[in-house]
Design a protein around this ligand. Structure first.
Ligand code: FES
Length: 87
């Protein structure tokens, strides 16, 4: 089974911008998708120091940056990737 790596930034800037709510992303996902997720917590990813990545908080899903991340946005991207893997 192909894993989907989800990396949540736990650095100070991301925390101040609301990263503590991000683990809720999994609540709206099906059990079969949740089983594919490999969850990591990262110290500052260094993205908050560079405007080109948009706003904190940041999440990486399979290495792809989601800026101004919300639990909903993270869940949507994970579902897309899971569907692509099933094709
Ligand atoms: S605190 Fe999250 S990228 Fe710096």
């Amino acid at each position: 089974m192909e894993k989907i790596t989800v990396e949540l930034c736990m650095g100070t800037t991301c925390f101040v911008m609301g990263s503590s709510s991000l683990p809720e992303f999994s609540e709206s996902l099906s059990e079969s998708i949740r089983e594919k997720i490999e969850l990591k917590h990262s110290p500052c990813m260094g993205l908050c120091k560079d405007q080109k990545y948009g706003k904190a908080p940041y999440v990486k899903v399979n290495g792809e940056v989601i800026s101004a991340a919300t639990p909903h946005a993270v869940a949507v991207r994970i579902r897309q990737i899971a569907e692509e893997q099933d094709d």
